[in-house]
Design a protein around this ligand. Structure first.
Ligand SMILES: *[C@@H]1O[C@H](CO)[C@@H](O)[C@H](O)[C@H]1NC(C)=O
Ligand SMILES: *[C@@H]1O[C@H](CO)[C@@H](O)[C@H](O)[C@H]1NC(C)=O
Ligand SMILES: *[C@@H]1O[C@H](CO)[C@@H](O)[C@H](O)[C@H]1NC(C)=O
Ligand SMILES: *[C@@H]1O[C@H](CO)[C@@H](O)[C@H](O)[C@H]1NC(C)=O
Length: 385
């Protein structure tokens, strides 16, 4: 779709302002800022996106560990739209063949990713300007009303909100959503992209040396060449490509030299690394279910979530055209987001679960009036020992 220039300007301006009249305006850079002793986090209404996340590295410097752009007005016009730290909805990830069945009726959604639907198709939530409904020193809430069928094939109005808050070294994210008048699929996630070195490692910008531990995720969903789950649930053998459970010391690149690493995320061999779903099973309540860490910066990030799994995406499709923020990189050395230089970790329910009754996720993915969808995830930052 082509946008006219005045429309682009209006969209960009709305993205920068986007607040209710009784909420203070954002800073000059278009960002709302919240902070605690250990964290400074900044947001824009477009996609309810996190733009910057500053945490302490081993030298005591505040480094910005998530991807994004300096210019808040660029997010709405970015042709790449990698869903930078925003909220795809109302049904994140893929829907096979753009089709699902609800209460006996077959419904078609937009086939915007080959034959599949990705992130609900056009008018998905990560492309929309959310309303700021509350702002405190350490918390911000955004809300959205998603009208029936505004994304093709998602019927019923949905009212949703996200509250981001920080306390000490913990960043918390909480969604609620309610379908106001009929049953509808709901599956949300926060599409957070990390590089815990803030691209400041002069040796290389790639993500492979980051450690990743998923202690409760021996099993993962098999996916086809288009990253759509096949239905099969597989178990990773120790030290195999999809193993992040057998040891806390595995790196994201531990299997880089194994046959099958190139193509592990499909595209007939063109997608190296990860773009798939790992189940979280038998985790004690409030357990750390994922730990991402980097020796270079010394930063460790621990995930807690009420969701039954995570999507892990190691940025294969970043093509080196996007600029880094001025808070990241090294002039003349690391200036662009190159292939495999970041990782997105997205806590969520099973992708395409509405088409796989055998997984028994229908109750967790279909909501009608009077039943609130809840999702809560946090990241706690500290330094490696
Ligand atoms: C895929 O969806 C199309 C309509 O969008 C439908 O005609 C076709 O039968 C579906 N194919 C499969 C294999 O379900
Ligand atoms: C989409 O479906 C059609 C018909 O089922 C098939 O021929 C085509 O290869 C599919 N495209 C992709 C990208 O899978
Ligand atoms: C999301 O919606 C936007 C704007 O309506 C559209 O341009 C874009 O293609 C959609 N993204 C996806 C992944 O469908
Ligand atoms: C949903 O929207 C599409 C256009 O995007 C339209 O063709 C269809 O009739 C709508 N469905 C209903 C039930 O309103």
């Amino acid at each position: 779709m082509k946008f006219s220039l005045p429309l682009l300007a209006a969209v960009a301006e709305a993205a920068v302002i986007g607040g209710r009249a009784d909420i203070p305006p954002p800073g000059d850079d278009g960002r709302y800022t919240i902070s605690s002793d250990g964290i400074k986090a900044q947001f824009i209404p477009y996609g309810a996106s996190l733009t910057n996340l500053f945490v302490k590295d081993k030298n005591g410097d505040d480094i910005d560990v998530v991807l994004g752009y300096d210019d808040a007005a660029y997010y709405p016009v970015d042709p790449g739209h990698p869903v930078y730290n925003s909220i795809p909805g109302r049904y994140a990830n893929r829907i096979g063949n753009g089709t699902y069945t609800l209460n006996g009726e077959t419904i078609h959604t937009e086939q915007n990713d080959g034959n599949n639907t990705l992130h609900s198709g056009t008018n998905n939530w990560s492309y929309r300007v959310w309303e700021v409904t509350d702002l405190q020193d350490d918390a911000i809430t955004f809300a959205i009303l998603d009208k029936s069928n505004s994304s093709l094939g998602f019927f019923g109005d949905v009212q949703a909100s996200v509250t981001y808050s920080v306390k000490g070294s913990k960043w918390n994210i909480k969604f609620t959503a309610e379908s106001l008048d009929q049953d509808t699929p709901l599956l949300l996630t926060h599409h957070t992209y990390f590089n815990l070195d803030a691209f400041r490692n002069p040796d290389q910008p790639l993500i492979w040396d980051h450690k990743l531990s998923l202690p409760y995720s021996q099993r993962y969903l098999e996916a086809d060449q288009n990253a759509l789950p096949t239905g099969q649930i597989l178990t990773a053998e120790p030290n195999s490509i999809n193993d992040f459970a057998s040891s806390p010391d595995l790196t994201l690149g531990h299997a880089r030299d194994l046959p099958g690493f190139e193509g592990n995320c499909g595209a007939d061999g063109a997608c190296e690394g990860y773009n798939g779903y790992f189940l979280i099973e038998d985790a004690p309540e409030d357990a750390v279910v994922a730990t991402l860490a980097s020796e270079f910066s010394g930063v460790k990030a621990e995930l807690r979530t009420d969701q039954p799994g995570i999507v892990l995406y190691s940025c294969n499709w970043m093509d080196g055209t996007a600029d880094l923020k001025s808070t990241q990189g090294i002039e003349g050395v690391n200036e662009k987001v190159v292939r495999s230089s970041c990782v997105a970790i997205e806590a969520q329910d099973y992708p395409d679960g509405i088409n796989h009754p055998e997984w028994e996720r229908l109750d967790a993915q279909i909501y009608g009036p009077g039943r609130t969808y809840n999702w809560e995830t946090s990241w706690t930052f500290s330094l490696l020992e």
